[in-house]
Design a protein around this ligand. Structure first.
Ligand SMILES: [Fe+2]
Length: 396
């Protein structure tokens, strides 16, 4: 068992972007874009967001600085490789010199991909893996509109390879944005189910960073604080009468999770969620929410001291419980939270055949997030967990 005592002196790095956070931060875009000497900005977003009133205010703020804009809003849930390539073509064709991403994880990850390709050339999938990017992209400013993905602070970009239906991870310091403008205003228009999914994504970031093989003392502080904040505020954040203060607590909790996982990486939940999301084009947070309890059961003994700390942050007293009791208590606590925020027990597909199950498993085992899982997951174990996510498993 890893007690953590020998980990403190291992070499670790910690990378975060510049942040400006608080009410009205997004409207400082003009000042900061001017700091980068920008003349023309590629705005990366999705079609739903550009109709929001606060979106227009951000555009007006940019235009006040006499910076031209070109809008790229062809970004879908789980951003696709070809969307990145079209965006990069537009960035270069329109002679833009800065990228502004406004949105949740999908527009921000797509914007990161556009930056990579527009500077380094080639295809976005050439950069899949860890530290495969040679040159930094153009300046990237992120304005997050959900409390969950942390793409605005992370070293990760997740892009769907549409030829193989797999989500692939690009992990590099060169995809950390130059600046994140974190404002409470855009959060108000987040719908409750999106809030639930992004909140569970964020809780998963915090938990996986806590137990990651690449954790450090610094990431651990952020990860545990994130678990506490998200546990305390997620339920209220999905209610129709939620307050701005609650959404802001979720945003700060998400930031802590982002600092933690960006530097400690993730684990089997994300590896398996990337595989699922790629094959079925499902919301990322929903996949994580459905997987989390089952992966904790599999991992608990391999990182027990850290799981006990997580349990305490979720208001459970596990000190006098044995291993099995503590694991059951933590899993039950997460199950209650997931159900209360409306994330289902099973995936929307009723069943899976053996060929698809094999493909899901192979893809998950190849995902870079699997490397930092606290234990090596056997193929049969991953397969078994996937099988439990469908109401009925059919063999072909
Ligand atoms: Fe995630």
């Amino acid at each position: 068992m890893d007690t953590g005592m020998n980990k403190s002196l291992e070499l670790r790095k910690f990378v975060v972007p510049e942040l400006v956070m608080g009410q009205g931060a997004s409207l400082l875009i003009n000042r900061y874009a001017m700091h980068f000497g920008a003349r023309k900005a590629l705005l990366v977003t999705d079609k739903h967001l550009r109709k929001q009133p606060w979106f227009q205010e951000i555009i007006e703020a940019i235009e006040q600085a006499e910076i031209e804009t070109h809008l790229f809003d062809d970004v879908s849930c789980n951003p696709k490789d070809y969307e990145v390539m079209i965006g990069a073509e537009q960035f270069l064709g329109e002679e833009c010199d800065i990228i502004v991403a406004i949105g949740g994880g999908s527009p921000m990850d797509c914007a990161k991909g556009i930056g990579i390709v527009s500077t380094n050339g080639g295809h976005i999938l050439d950069y899949v893996g860890v530290d495969e990017i040679k040159l930094p992209g153009p300046p990237l400013i992120c304005i997050p509109t959900t409390a969950g993905t942390s793409a605005d602070v992370s070293q990760f970009a997740i892009i769907a390879d549409t030829s193989e239906n797999i989500k692939k991870a690009i992990i590099s310091k060169k995809v950390v944005p130059d600046l994140a403008l974190i404002d409470n205003n855009p959060l108000k228009t987040m719908d409750p189910y999106l809030t639930a999914c992004t909140g569970m994504d964020s809780l998963t970031h915090a938990i996986e960073a806590c137990v990651s093989n690449a954790r450090s003392d610094l990431t651990h502080v952020h990860a545990l604080e994130s678990v506490r904040m998200i546990t305390n505020h997620l339920e209220a954040a999905v209610q129709p009468d939620r307050s701005v203060e609650t959404l802001w607590e979720m945003m700060v909790g998400t930031l802590h999770a982002g600092f933690a996982f960006s530097n400690a990486s993730l684990g089997a939940v994300h590896a398996m969620a990337h595989s699922l999301g790629g094959l079925y084009d499902l919301p990322h947070g929903e996949c994580n929410g459905i997987l989390l309890e089952k992966v904790i059961e599999a991992n608990f003994q391999a990182a027990e001291p850290y799981f006990r700390q997580i349990a305490e942050k979720m208001d459970l007293s596990v000190a006098n419980m044995n291993t099995e009791e503590a694991c059951i208590a933590l899993v039950e606590r997460i199950r209650q939270l997931r159900r209360k925020v409306g994330i289902p027990d099973y995936l929307p597909m009723e069943s899976i055949d053996e060929i698809a199950l094999e493909k899901l498993t192979e893809n998950a085992l190849q995902d870079p997030c699997m490397v930092t899982n606290p234990k090596i997951m056997a193929k049969e174990e991953v397969k078994k967990i996937y099988g439990q996510l469908f109401k009925e498993k059919k063999q072909s």
